[in-house]
Design a protein. Structure first.
Length: 289
């Protein structure tokens, strides 16, 4: 008997948040490995809002070119058709442009919540989505403190869409396409070196930047780091997020959770594998008809 997506979500909907808590401490994240993550530094003082990074991203990943222009006071969001979005904020220092995309957390909540390791923190730094492992539960969307992963509801073959920092380019020794295209406000490198560069710019340009690097500590630290000439809350950043990682909140949960909830992820994985096997069998049967 096959199990469609609607029935599946009815089955697991009530246990969603519990599963996130259970799996968080067991995520196969690379954050604990002795590997230096790489990331991107965004200098909002240098950004002119040309949208070239958006266009390059869309072209590289086979997505439609963004049609809406940047307007101050109008919030443009990432979507299933747009991995990054630049917004303009009116501040006492003038209009400031800010690029939004996946933050590539050091200890990503999305990867911790993923039962099948479809959402995965690579040793290089980017957080990627692996389609062949995804069971469509969308817990990555619920768990992300930055509201990044987007689900393509309109597609017959829906995907989770998010920035992957051009991981396929990185493993070939190339830069993310947004960095290569911009060359003014975006910089790629080892996270430690990016933080050092950001601190250098702050020290050498007193009065230009606020003495804070967004992403250095928030949510346990992120791969995307931001320099700004104004306070972060003035350019749309959530400054109420905690500094410790969100998966760390649930590390002690396993010691007190009822055993029935511990078994739920295994049950769901079984359902997932069963539906995959059933689909494969149907395909084989059709081949012989």
């Amino acid at each position: 008997m096959s199990l469609n997506r609607r029935d599946f979500f009815k089955t697991i909907g009530i246990t969603g948040m519990t599963i996130i808590g259970v799996n968080a401490s067991g995520s196969n994240s690379s954050a604990d490995e002795k590997t230096e993550f790489h990331g991107i530094l965004f200098d909002s003082f240098a950004c002119v809002g040309c949208q070239s990074c958006e266009l390059a991203c869309a072209e590289t990943h086979g997505l439609p070119a963004p049609e809406d222009e940047i307007k101050s006071g109008v919030l443009r969001k990432t979507s299933e058709k747009q991995r990054c979005a630049v917004n303009s904020y009116s501040t006492p220092q003038g209009d400031i442009f800010v690029r939004n995309q996946c933050m590539h957390c050091n200890e990503p909540a999305c990867a911790a919540a993923c039962l099948t390791q479809a959402m995965y923190k690579t040793k290089e730094g980017p957080v990627i989505w692996r389609e062949n492992k995804c069971m469509g539960c969308r817990y990555c969307m619920i768990s992300c403190p930055f509201d990044v992963p987007k689900f393509d509801y309109s597609s017959t073959n829906p995907k989770i869409q998010k920035c992957d920092m051009c991981y396929d380019r990185i493993i070939k020794g190339e830069q993310p396409v947004c960095v290569e295209t911009c060359g003014v406000a975006l910089f790629y490198g080892a996270r430690r070196e990016l933080i050092a560069e950001a601190r250098k710019r702050i020290a050498e340009n007193p009065g230009v930047y606020v003495d804070k690097i967004y992403g250095e500590s928030v949510a346990g630290g992120t791969g995307y780091l931001y320099l700004s000439p104004v306070q972060h809350n003035e350019i749309g950043f959530n400054t109420t997020l905690q500094n410790s990682s969100y998966p760390a909140l649930t590390k002690g949960f396993l010691y007190s959770v009822p055993s029935v909830f511990v078994l739920v992820p295994t049950l769901l994985l079984g359902i997932h594998e069963a539906t995959k096997s059933n689909k494969s069998k149907q395909i084989k049967d059709e081949d012989y008809e």
